[in-house]
Structures are given as C-alpha cells and as structure tokens.
Design a protein around this ligand. Structure first.
Ligand code: EPU
Length: 383
C-alpha cells in the first residue's frame, strides 16, 4: 500500500482495500497490509523549537518521518520497543517538554484527491501531512466550497480532527465523512465514520485516547452541495469583504478573505510570536450557573447551547481578571486576544503552564468557573 495508491482516483479506495479487510462494521472498517516498508532512519538529538507553533525549546532524542502508508507496521514494531510515540503534524496544538526520549514521528503523507462529485456533496480525500490552510486555499480555488470559515488555522490536515478544529461558526466534524487512522499499539488501519470519531467541542476520541495510540493518515471530507454560506458570526458578517453583497450572492472566496483578515488582525502569527491559538476552551456552564453569573456580571459574553447550557467566552473572563497583554517573564497573554498565550522567546513548557495555572486560579476565584487547557500536554512518560 503506497502513498501513490492512496492518491489513486481511478479505483475507489474501498475496492482496493477490500482485499485486505479484516473486519467491517457499520461505523468502523479495519484493514491489514500485504507488505511493509521500513521507516526512514531516525535522526538523533533534534531541536523541535521550529516544529511547534509555540516555539518551545524541545530536544527530541529520536525523530523519524512517515512518508508512506506501508511504513506503518514498521512504526508499530519500533513503538512496541519503547514508550508511546509522539505524533507530530504541524505542532500547532502541542505543549512540548524540554526533552523527549519518546520517538517522534513526523507525518509527511501527502495527497489531495477528489473521490466523488455527488449531486449533494464533494467527497475529497486528503492525506494527513498536507498543510491545513494550503488545503483550504486549494479547495476554494477548485470550487469545493465549505471550509472557508476554517481558513488560516495553523497545522496539518491529520491534526485537525484530533481537536475538532472550529472557527467562525463552523466545526470541522460537520465537514467530515470519515477518518482513517493507524492504531500504533495493535498495528491496524481503521476507517471511522464521523459518528464513530467521538467528536465534541475541541475534542475527539483520538485526543481522548492520548498521543501515540492513533496516527491519523487520511481524512475524507464531505462538502455539502449546494454550498450554504455560514455568516452568522458578527465579525464575518460585518467584514468589508462582504460589503454590498446580498446573502444570495455571497461567495466562499469572500468569507475566506474575511476570515483570513480577521485572524491576521486578532491572532498572532506563530511564525512571528509563538502561540497555539486558544490556550483554553470556552467553558460551558449550566443555565442556573449562568443566571447567577449574569446577575453579577451583566455584560458577560455567552452563547446559549442547544441543550440549555451556556458557553462562556473564556477570553472575556481572562480579560476581566486583568490578564490581557500581561507578560510574565518569557511568556504572556496576547494583547488582542486574552485566550491566546504567547512565547516571547526561549520559554519552556513549565513557564507557560505556570502562567496558565495562575490564570485558571484567577478565573476560578472571580467567577467560580474552571478553565480547561486546550492543547495537548506532552510529557516524556506518556500523555
Ligand atoms: N473576548 C474578550 N476579550 C478577549 C477575547 C475575547 O472580551 O480578549 C470576548 C469578546 O466579546 C469576543 C468574544 O469573547 O467577541 C469571542 O472572542 P473571539 O471571537 O475571538 O472567539 P473566542 O471564543 O475567543 C473561539 C475559538 C477560536 C476561533 C474563534 C472564532 C475556542 C477555544 N476558540 O475563540 O479558535 O478562532 O472562536 O470562531 O473555541 C483555537 O481554537 O485555537 C481558536 C483560535
């Protein structure tokens, strides 16, 4: 099984893989490999600071690249000899320790393939190592609309389902048909339909299982047709890129332009200032908790949820505690978005986590609300 076959558009993946089926159920399909290729030689003592968007200094003892699906069994064989591996995509949602003895695997699988052009959807397969924003840009250019609200999110396609990325009214899971992932400990490739991925707000079963269990190799997108713009988010609706357009005449490119511009204005560019996007999730509270908070803080920013609970804007809570723009040594809270913690250079994970703990403590004290860290915290002992 090679990356070239993975990109094949003449034979459906199901037909090809059907030769190797081990098990099929409604939501999950399992494949096995007929042959295996060895892994790329490991590189020793690699500095990962340029490979994580927070720019944290991290010395990895062993790093290898995954370029082809047929290397997966060799990866499992290697992994069973040591602690769970660390799967590295774009490194945009990880907090890395100063030193990693665990094997680090850089996912370099490439390929974008229009599998089917159905009357009701574009079905597109994308290999995990593709850059997320480049794929979004490419898809809009080719008329596969539906991902424009998720433009400019750092990271890779394979990392996107792990935290179920979302922005400006669109959550990734609403655009996914299935995710194919390699279970490293059991050495098997499984395709999960969307319902089996356990997607929640900034969460999935891949994240809950911990790093080193599942390595996502491919995401199959289902982009509904006819395309419907999502412009409920005030910042997008009011953006000049949409000015003078009626709702019927809006094009995906306009939303894409608006989202890119909003993100560039509000969020720091990781290439300039290390960050992992939102460092905390927006917390969800019950209706009674929300009513009590609303009595004390009339201007609290909240979003009612379908189940009657309320999501609170963590950025507002943090700003109200006085943290916005504050610097603590080599780390700090971004001046335009209090939900984003930044590395001013040379910071370590522990400095960042100390700041996060102090913020959590303030928010708990002021509002009685517990903030949850959004990126994955990597330790050398396993996650
Ligand atoms: N706010 C403040 N102060 C701040 C930041 C925000 O008061 O410093 C309040 C404002 O009222 C603002 C509201 O919070 O209107 C919401 O802020 P924003 O639009 O920036 O969105 P967010 O809730 O802070 C979430 C996602 C972002 C995503 C945006 C836009 C999470 C954890 N974060 O942030 O995702 O881009 O919405 O949809 O859900 C990410 O996950 O890394 C990320 C950047």
């Amino acid at each position: 099984m090679s990356a070239a076959l993975f990109r094949s558009s003449t034979i459906s993946e199901d037909q090809e893989y059907s030769k190797f089926f081990g098990h099929v159920s409604n939501q999950i399909r399992i494949f096995t490999f007929p042959r295996s290729m060895s892994l790329s030689p490991t590189i020793n003592a690699v500095d990962l600071s340029a490979m994580n968007s927070l720019g944290l200094a991290c010395k990895a003892e062993r790093v290898t690249d995954l370029n082809d699906l047929s290397q997966l069994p060799a990866l499992s064989a290697l992994a069973c000899l040591s602690a769970p591996v660390v799967v590295l995509g774009g490194g945009s949602n990880l907090v890395l320790p100063a030193r990693l003895e665990r094997l680090v695997v850089r996912v370099q699988l490439k390929g974008i393939d229009l599998v089917e052009q159905r009357p009701d959807a574009w079905i597109v397969d994308v290999a995990a190592g593709e850059n997320w924003h480049d794929f979004v840009t490419n898809s809009i250019r080719r008329g596969w609309d539906g991902l424009e609200n998720l433009a400019l999110i750092p990271g890779t396609v394979g990392a996107a389902p792990v935290q179920n990325i979302g922005a400006y009214g669109v959550e990734l899971d609403s655009r996914i048909e299935s995710v194919t992932a390699w279970h490293i400990p059991e050495s098997r490739l499984v395709t999960f339909k969307r319902e089996a991925c356990g997607f929640k707000y900034r969460d999935s079963m891949f994240k809950r299982a911990g790093l080193g269990q599942w390595l996502i190799v491919r995401v199959r997108f289902c982009l509904p047709r006819p395309w419907q713009p999502v412009v409920g988010y005030p910042d997008v609706l009011r953006h000049p890129a949409l000015a003078g357009t009626t709702p019927e005449a809006i094009r995906a490119q306009q939303i894409y332009d608006a989202v890119c511009d909003i993100r560039r204005t509000k969020l720091p560019d990781p290439a300039v200032l290390g960050n992992a996007g939102s460092f905390f999730k927006n917390p969800v509270v019950s209706e009674s908790e929300f009513n009590a908070l609303k009595l004390r803080f009339a201007d609290i920013v909240s979003y009612p949820q379908a189940d009657g609970s309320f999501k609170l804007a963590a950025g507002w809570l943090i700003e109200r505690c006085g943290w916005k723009g504050k610097r603590q040594g080599r780390v700090g809270v971004h001046a335009r978005q209090a939900l984003v913690l930044v590395n001013y250079g040379q910071a370590t994970a522990s400095e960042l986590l100390d700041l996060a703990a102090a913020i959590k403590q303030s928010v708990l004290k002021a509002f009685g609300v517990v903030l949850e860290i959004e990126p994955v915290l990597v330790s050398d002992a396993g996650d």
